[in-house]
Design a protein around this ligand. Structure first.
Ligand SMILES: Cc1ncc(COP(=O)(O)O)c(C=O)c1O
Length: 398
């Protein structure tokens, strides 16, 4: 059966990780892998998570199955976090939630739902988009088409081109949107642009599929949910894949959910039943540990406050690094304008240097970023920032 299978070339980001680990240079800087790092370069377990986990060990009395929709208390707590307590879709019972193994699981679940409902569907994705969107969505048999998004000249969004392209889509076309902290570019839609996009989506009867993997790491827990809340209130149907990997630091616990907003409570309920069936056929039931932790945090006023402070610390650290790196780059590389880095949000920015320059940074200066020059800003620290800027200045000077 498997004799003729060819080996798959490893994912470039995994090769980059391995190369970084193998590099003995003490100055090495990892801007490749997309996880948050603190000022010591670590990705620690959040204090709120640690405490919720300890409470869980004491409280938990069984490991019996939770069911294919997952942990109902987690699903509700996440709905409240994403949409807000009093959101119209919640109050009118138009939203249903199915827990999934991480944001990836939620994306796949959404893709399977779309394929079940409309097998020939095309999902329109931003140029560029997170590399894993393609296998997750196309793996369900959906076709992917790009729409214009990032403008390398400004480091912002090519909004007019984006609108122009989406305006031409047929009714029912699926548009994948990043709620905030666009991966890999850091270029987000403004609130005004979300409103303009809403009008288009309504007029053209498109289906928005929103990927929310960084709530709280851009402008704040509320501000980062602006687009999803607006769309969920104003549109008959929206899908939203949520990840708790970054904002709760629960990466390996595989914690996330798919929210489905339906035209009516009955439609939402029918869609929910389809999702449950799909989940049963893929992973049967999601893992509970991360979900129980998230629920434990969100349901306890003190832990919730602690967690919100920890999210704010992450967000402010990233924001501070963005400002600092722009200031230092301005001083050392005055010939180039890197101001866009401060205007962007979340962990990622496209640095905008060539593949050859990326390789030179890696080979001569031990600074690691992906070949397309995406860098994880959270990989910088006070300690290595000046080194990174000087290395960049040398590479740019040729
Ligand atoms: C844009 C985006 N969506 C979804 C995810 C899914 O994350 P996970 O499956 O680890 O929760 C990620 C993680 O990096 C991401 O960057």
């Amino acid at each position: 059966m498997f004799e003729r299978l060819e080996p798959i070339v490893p994912d470039p980001i995994l090769s980059l990780m391995a190369a970084y680990r193998a590099d003995p240079d003490p100055h090495k800087v990892d801007l490749g892998i997309g996880v948050y790092r603190d000022e010591r370069g670590e990705t620690p377990v959040l204090a709120a998570v640690r405490r919720a986990e300890q409470a869980l060990y004491v409280r938990e009395t069984t490991k019996t199955y939770v069911g294919p929709a997952g942990n109902a208390a987690f699903n509700e707590a996440l709905e409240r976090l994403v949409l807000g307590d009093q959101h119209e879709a919640r109050v009118t019972a138009r939203v249903r939630t199915v827990q999934a193994p991480g944001g990836c699981g939620a994306l796949r679940l959404g893709a399977e739902l779309i394929r079940a409902a409309s097998p020939g569907s095309v999902v329109h994705v931003s140029t560029p988009t997170w590399a894993n969107h393609a296998p997750l969505l196309a793996g369900s048999g959906l076709k992917l088409e790009p729409y214009p998004y990032f403008d390398p000249a400004t480091g912002g969004v090519r909004f007019a081109a984006m609108i122009g392209a989406l305006e031409r889509l047929p009714a029912g076309a699926v548009v994948l949107l990043h709620a905030s902290c666009h991966n890999p570019t850091g270029a987000d839609l403004s609130q005004g642009q979300w409103q303009e996009l809403l009008e288009l989506v309504k007029r053209r009867a498109l289906l928005p599929f929103i990927d929310m993997a960084y709530q709280g790491l851009g402008d704040g827990l509320e501000a980062d949910a602006y687009g999803i809340r607006l769309f969920a209130a104003e549109l008959p149907e929206v899908l939203c894949a949520v990840s708790c990997s970054k904002n709760f630091g629960l990466y390996r616990e595989r914690t996330g959910a798919l929210h489905v907003i339906g035209a009516s409570p009955a439609a939402a309920e029918a869609t929910f039943s389809q999702l449950v069936k799909i989940a049963r056929g893929i992973w049967s039931m999601p893992p509970d540990h991360g979900a129980a932790i998230v629920h434990g945090i969100l349901a306890d006023a003190e832990l919730r406050r602690l967690w919100m402070d920890e999210v704010a610390t992450m967000r402010e650290r990233i924001g501070g690094l963005r400002l600092e790196v722009v200031t230092q780059l301005k001083a050392h590389c005055p010939q180039r304008d890197f101001g866009f880095i401060a205007a962007q949000r979340g962990m990622f920015s496209f640095f905008g240097i060539t593949g050859a320059q990326v390789r030179e940074l890696r080979e001569r200066h031990h600074v690691y970023m992906t070949d397309d020059s995406r860098m994880n800003i959270a990989g910088l620290r006070r300690e290595n920032l000046a080194y990174f800027v000087q290395a960049t200045a040398q590479v740019l000077a040729g």
